[in-house]
Ligand binder design. Structure first.
Ligand SMILES: Cc1cc2nc3c(=O)[nH]c(=O)nc-3n(C[C@H](O)[C@H](O)[C@H](O)COP(=O)(O)OP(=O)(O)OC[C@H]3O[C@@H](n4cnc5c(N)ncnc54)[C@H](O)[C@@H]3O)c2cc1C
Ligand code: FES
Length: 274
């Protein structure tokens, strides 16, 4: 099969997550074989509007269905977010690598997400909470502009209630500040509340590059190895399969070698903010 040839996907369900973000649950229209791993992405497209990469926000296929959570950023994302159940879009993938969950086994897991970057971490959070015995302590540190922008907030609150995972959230503007686990300020401040040895931990982070940079730098200062910090990188993409060069960072292709990289591998490249 030509890896650039799109397939057709059917919108099964759409949920509005906040003012500018929607989760679309899809299935392949032709019931083709499909499987994916958390961290990977699909190229989604609409006729005449092009394609763009979107990570999976669901953990695994359920009755052949999978979910992408999409923030309206420009014309393509706005049009995708306007689709309704029964509409068709094009899909290529899954592409890219996965979050290194195997490497995290037996260690404390620190998840740091910001804004729409919380969506690709949702499958990891769900996996870790469902398999708590495989990990040490679990920390979920999430940041957004406002309380309404905290993606999957209620879901994570329910999932962590009465379990070992520590959920801490922070917002830039905390007009309401209803709950004690929601702070005001930068997500990096939440790292001060971690009471495990960073040397025995592994971190997965996704969000604005500047956020990931400060998260990584603070963790390294706290003693974490740069190769135990995994960042999910965003670059403009065309082919998704290491043919066009659009997504290159140094000699690496974000679409094929990533999107998830050990911080130690990419911090030296001038074309990242890391
Ligand atoms: C591996 C990967 C996974 C992604 N997963 C998701 C996801 O799960 N949910 C989601 O909402 N988005 C995700 N994105 C981002 C998404 O692909 C872009 O928002 C989308 O391409 C915007 O397309 P557009 O035509 O609507 O906007 P455009 O008109 O292309 O852009 C709108 C604005 O966003 C900026 N922009 C667009 N693409 C990028 C980019 N790659 N990096 C930095 N700035 C950019 C533009 O400069 C412009 O300011 C992911 C990107 C990558 C690389
Ligand atoms: S998108 Fe073409 S090389 Fe990565």
């Amino acid at each position: 099969m030509n890896p650039l040839e799109p397939r057709r996907a059917l919108v099964r369900e759409k949920i509005q997550e906040n003012r500018e973000t929607y989760s679309l649950t899809l299935s392949l229209a032709d019931h083709d074989h499909f499987s994916y791993r958390p961290g990977q992405f699909n190229m989604l497209g609409l006729p005449g509007m092009g394609e763009a990469p979107f990570s999976f926000s669901s953990l695994h296929l359920e009755r052949g269905r999978f979910t992408h959570t999409i923030r309206e950023a420009g014309s393509l994302t706005r049009s995708i977010c306007q689709l309704a159940a029964g509409d068709i879009l094009s899909i290529r993938g899954p592409y890219g690598n996965e979050w290194p969950l195997e490497k995290a086994k037996g260690r404390h897991l620190i998840i740091v997400g910001g804004g729409i970057g919380i969506a690709p971490l949702r499958p990891v959070i769900r996996h870790a909470l469902g398999n708590g015995e495989e990990y040490g302590r679990l920390y979920f540190l999430l940041g957004a502009r406002t309380e309404d922008d905290l993606l999957f907030r209620e879901e994570f609150e329910k999932l962590t209630a009465g379990r070992d995972g520590t959920l801490l959230m922070t917002v830039d503007r905390g007009e309401k500040k209803e709950l004690s686990h929601i702070r005001e300020g930068l997500v990096t401040a939440l790292l001060d509340e971690i009471d495990v040895d960073p040397e025995e931990s592994i971190t997965f982070t996704c969000g604005p590059e500047l956020m990931m940079r400060f998260v990584a730098r603070q963790l390294i200062q706290m003693g974490q190895d740069p190769y135990d910090i995994f960042v999910s990188m965003e670059r403009r993409m065309k082919c998704g399969i290491a043919h066009c060069g659009h997504c290159q960072i140094g000699a690496m292709y974000v679409c094929k070698d990533g999107p998830i990289f050990p911080y130690g591998d990419i911090k030296r490249f001038a074309d990242t903010m890391l």
